[in-house]
Design a protein. Structure first.
Length: 341
């Protein structure tokens, strides 16, 4: 279906006019076991999420749920489907039919109105609030749209998120990858590229230089992912140390579905605790970093396995310049880096 710009805008306005979708309840009430798993995986040591006494000492009636978990409580699960009145499905279908078949998330702004607590049941409703375009981007011509998600307990709003995405028509002329930098299980022409900001540029520049750069705060402690270096003038680059690039699998997940553009299923995402020398360990908590664990049979991955960083270099193509990613490779203590054959 071919739509003019005016027709597409008019169709989007009809979706906006429908307002918010009917509230959908989460599958389970807020519960302590899920909170325990989440704070462990995220390395969040705030005791008010797990310790009744600490929560009461902080002024709460009991344990509270991490605000950043709000979205977790209403995730649909592996086989969940969006409701018929969900505006995301409607705007996706509209833009797909108009030829804008690819998507990338651009940013989100979230407001948390209060802490939630175990036993409460959270619902979500969504509305299309904005559509702008067509815009010419490095990925191709596309449309930016914003979905406002609202989470409630009963009739009380507890959190809101404006989630912005770009639906675009990929450029058709794609350069052939250099055989020296091709990977059988990856298609870089379809993969999402890292989104570098002023605060994280030093990290991705390090990856391109095959260095694992970890931000160092003013007090000497380490931070990853990078945060705005508010203690420095904006014209200065953030301080960092070079990590050895080795570590231990702290946690992991095997991703079976849905399909991820440019990647073969299944694949392993590991949360790796980096090795640090004694002087850095004394400066504060250690550093954990997410990344794909490559070259392994997922059934053989285990917590505690030793890994080493691997840098993946991809050639320039129609979407932009050459670029790089980091990943992990398992280490065989007797032979060095090992990938399952």
């Amino acid at each position: 279906m071919t739509l003019s710009t005016d027709e597409l805008v008019a169709a989007a306005e009809k979706i906006k006019a429908l307002g918010a979708s009917a509230p959908i309840d989460g599958r389970d009430p807020i519960n302590q076991p899920m909170i325990n798993n989440w704070v462990e995986a995220m390395g969040d040591g705030n005791p008010i999420y797990v310790d009744e006494n600490a929560a009461r000492a902080a002024g709460f009636d009991g344990v509270v749920s991490p605000p950043a978990m709000t979205q977790v409580w209403t995730m649909r699960g592996l086989h969940g489907e969006r409701a018929d009145d969900d505006p995301t499905s409607q705007i996706f279908e509209l833009l797909d039919d108009a030829g804008y078949t690819s998507v990338v998330a651009t940013n989100c702004d979230t407001t948390y109105h209060r802490y939630t607590t175990p036993g409460e049941e959270v619902s979500i409703s969504s509305a299309l609030t904005e559509l702008t375009g067509p815009k010419t981007t490095g990925l191709g011509e596309g449309w930016f749209f914003t979905i406002r998600n609202t989470w409630s307990v009963g009739t009380e709003v507890v959190a809101e998120m404006d989630f912005r995405m770009l639906k675009f028509a990929p450029k058709t002329a794609a350069a052939q990858p250099d055989p020296a930098t091709s990977y059988d299980d990856l298609d870089p022409s379809k993969m999402m590229r890292p989104n570098s900001s002023r605060d994280s540029a030093f990290f991705w520049e390090g990856v391109a230089a095959h260095e694992l750069r970890i931000q160092q705060r003013e007090d000497g402690s380490l931070q990853h992912p990078p945060v705005p270096a508010l203690w420095k003038d904006k014209t200065e680059q953030t301080d960092y140390i070079l990590a050895a690039g080795t570590g231990t699998v702290y946690s992991f997940v095997v991703h079976h579905a849905p399909q991820v553009p440019g990647r073969s299923l299944p694949f392993v995402i590991a949360l790796v605790e980096l090795d640090l020398d004694a002087s850095l360990r004394s400066a504060g908590p250690g550093v954990r970093m997410l990344g794909e664990l490559r070259g392994v049979d997922p059934s053989t991955v285990a917590i505690g396995q030793r890994v080493q960083v691997e840098f993946l270099d991809f050639p320039a193509d129609s979407r932009g310049d050459a670029w790089s990613l980091y990943a992990w490779q398992r280490i065989d203590e007797s032979k060095g880096i090992e990938g399952d054959k």
